[in-house]
Design a protein around this ligand. Structure first.
Ligand code: SF4
Length: 394
């Protein structure tokens, strides 16, 4: 594409009526050269300004790795363990509540449950650990812990348990105002030998899209997103974003789309795999914004530290969950920025930083309709915005 054509394209895209862009244009824009990036970013920023002007949100959370046992072996993961491996651990209810209480004291409003996918299906030790706790499955234990957190604390659970049936979505949605499952990719190729999702049966894109669709049918506020740089082509990356966009267009339930950049970790299959650079991340964010001009788009700041403020240039409107207390157990080598620093960096770019609940304000009615307990808890919760960086009171 010549420079002249790209500039014409950028001029066209400044017109809101040109959005959302087509698949073809998204693929072309992902190949924008670095010199013309300012044009692309300006268009994405204008789209964000029409959607949610002047405010960047985040959720103050505690991270609860309920279990790091997992039946999958993703090529980039250092979180998962087999039973008996050093660091293998399933949290007890007391450990969960101890962290939740500490988070409460620090003004957190989200209890993020992130965990391995159905370890009991292949590990007898996982079945025995669950049985000792009084449960038959990881999902059953997760449901009980979400219920406990919801009843006994001011935090709101946000579970990320991997694949689940429509029935389990329904059950979890009664004890959590929002649920998450990263699509990661729409590429079936990545299930192939020595690729990112070789030996990761729960990462089959069709199965993950089915879960997101089932959540849509139940009107469950849902978080999903993509993981970029794990071997997908640019076309496959666009296809993943479009698949998410289309499900939201049909059901209206996707509260946010995460664009996460792959980071290589020592000791994994993909330890030497090249990481996407800052400009590739920015291009992807801008294209995501132009594909989904009226959806919440999030990028995690800790995975782009120390230059995370640059991500705002790509048109995001949310930093996701940030914890003042617990590490990012999925990326323990990448600490979250201190909230004062996040506020300083966000304000330096001209935005107000505002705390939100794990469920976005505009999706609260969907969540409140799932159960009387949730309705009550959400009625007591601060919606957003009040003195965001001071502990909230409910
Ligand atoms: S990324 Fe998730 S599903 Fe994959 S191995 Fe790690 S814990 Fe399991």
């Amino acid at each position: 594409m010549s420079a002249l054509i790209q500039q014409d394209l950028a001029a066209d895209l400044r017109d809101a009526a040109a959005l959302p862009i087509s698949r073809e244009m998204a693929c072309r824009l992902l190949r924008t050269n670095d010199e013309l990036m300012p044009e692309l970013l300006a268009v994405a920023q204008a789209a964000r300004a029409r959607f949610k002007p002047g405010v960047i949100t985040f959720s103050r959370k505690v991270f609860l790795p309920l279990t790091n046992l997992c039946r999958d072996y993703c090529g980039y993961c250092t979180f998962r363990r087999d039973p008996g491996q050093p660091g293998a651990h399933t949290m007890t209810p007391d450990e969960v509540m101890e962290t939740v209480r500490a988070g409460e004291r620090m003004g957190c409003t989200e209890a993020l449950f992130s965990l391995g996918d159905k370890p009991e299906l292949i590990f007898p030790e996982a079945r025995e650990a669950l049985s000792r706790l009084g449960y038959k499955s990881t999902l059953q234990y997760l449901e009980a812990m979400c219920d406990k957190v919801l009843r006994e604390s001011r935090l709101l659970p946000h579970p990320n348990p991997g694949l689940m049936s429509a029935e389990w979505l329904h059950r979890l949605a009664r004890v959590a105002p929002s649920i998450g499952l990263m699509l990661e990719t729409a590429s079936e190729r990545l299930l192939g030998k020595n690729r990112a999702h070789d030996n990761a049966p729960d990462k089959e894109p069709a199965k993950r899209l089915r879960v997101i669709e089932d959540a849509g049918k139940e009107k469950i506020p849902f978080t999903t997103g993509i993981l970029i740089g794990i071997g997908e082509t640019l076309e496959e990356r666009v296809d993943a974003l479009i698949a998410i966009r289309d499900l939201h267009a049909r059901y209206g339930h996707i509260q946010e789309v995460i664009v996460q950049n792959f980071r290589a970790k020592a000791g994994t299959l993909m330890a030497a795999w090249p990481e996407p650079n800052g400009n590739e991340m920015l291009r992807t964010l801008a294209v995501a914004r132009l594909l989904m001009p009226n959806m919440n788009i999030q990028a995690p700041p800790n995975l782009s530290d120390p230059h995370y403020a640059d991500l705002l240039d790509g048109g995001i409107n949310d930093w996701g969950g940030v914890s003042p207390l617990t590490p990012d157990f999925i990326n323990p080598e990448k600490p979250w920025p201190h909230l004062d620093e996040l506020q300083r960096q966000t304000e330096a770019r001209g935005f107000e930083l505002r705390q939100r609940l794990p469920v976005y304000p505009e999706f609260i009615p969907f969540a409140a309709a799932q159960s009387e307990l949730l309705r009550q808890r959400l009625a007591q919760a601060p919606l957003h915005g009040e003195n965001v960086l001071n502990p909230v009171s409910i």
